[in-house]
Ligand binder design. Structure first.
Ligand SMILES: [Zn+2]
Length: 269
């Protein structure tokens, strides 16, 4: 009894799979549901707009959250209270509920360069190291007094999703490489410059000026900054570690799988 154009869609419900994850730095528990077709398509098309991609990804993650902690009432809370590595863990959760966990993967042997085709169960290989320092991860700042550029102190910490999104929104057309560099420099919160004659310190917060100062640093000073980041912030987070043996020479292959790249591979499989 239907006339063309007048079909009524009856109500029906789809039970999406759900998965809970605790983010490694902010230590919030979120429950996510799997992606809908329209959401996957929206993410795919935003890959073509790299400046907008983080924003779209944050939007999608926020919209698939079925349960959020008390502290996260708005999208802005979500952006301001989570780090980029917290988002990696959420992406893993989204990956896990959306795509199947066992994936073919190519592991290259470091000894004989043989390419091994293996099937990896990502869920079994997933591990998280939680932030265990007394202050909140996003509040911690570390001062790095440089040695050769002795007037300079770099202050480093973890960037929030909000800081990343703001920085990307301010960028006009730049190359992929340039954008990746700007994201990589986000852990530099500000720079203090000793002005001896005035017996004071100038504080540099503008991202363009920070990059300018950074580009002029002696290489050994850059290493001090990298080391401070590594020692204070980088031992936490979520990883997929795979240990396997080469099919040709039997050497052990130890691989860490890039969650973010894997996510995009899965979207196109
Ligand atoms: Zn081998």
């Amino acid at each position: 009894m239907q006339k063309a154009g007048l079909e009524i869609l009856p109500s029906f419900s789809i039970k999406f799979p759900e998965y809970s994850v605790i983010t490694p730095y902010s230590k919030f528990e979120y429950t996510l549901r799997g992606l809908k077709v329209s959401e996957e398509e929206a993410l795919k098309s935003s890959l073509l707009l790299p400046n907008k991609f983080s924003e779209h990804l944050n939007d999608v993650l926020y919209s698939v959250m079925i349960k959020k902690p008390e502290e996260i009432k708005t999208k802005e809370d979500f952006l301001k209270k989570n780090t980029l590595k917290d988002r990696d863990a959420l992406m893993f959760a989204l990956y896990h509920v959306t795509y199947k966990d066992v994936h073919p993967y190519e592991l290259t042997c470091s000894q004989c360069s043989e390419k091994n085709n293996v099937k990896i169960n990502f869920l079994n290989s997933f591990s998280v190291t939680f932030w265990d320092q007394p202050e909140l991860a996003l509040s911690k700042e570390v001062m790095v007094k440089l040695e050769q550029a002795e007037q300079l102190t770099f202050v480093v910490g973890l960037p929030s999703l909000f800081e990343e999104q703001q920085m990307l929104n301010d960028l006009s057309a730049v190359s992929d490489k340039e954008r990746q560099k700007k994201v990589a420099l986000l852990p530099i919160k500000y720079i203090l410059i000793d002005i001896a004659s005035a017996k004071k310190q100038d504080k540099i917060v503008d991202r363009i000026n920070i990059q300018r100062v950074y580009d002029d640093l002696p290489v050994s000073d850059r290493k001090l900054i990298d080391k401070a980041l590594k020692d204070n912030f980088e031992k936490y987070g979520s990883t997929i570690k795979v240990i396997s043996n080469c099919q040709k020479c039997r050497a052990e292959i130890n691989t860490e799988i890039d969650l973010v790249n894997q996510f995009f591979r899965a979207m196109y499989e």
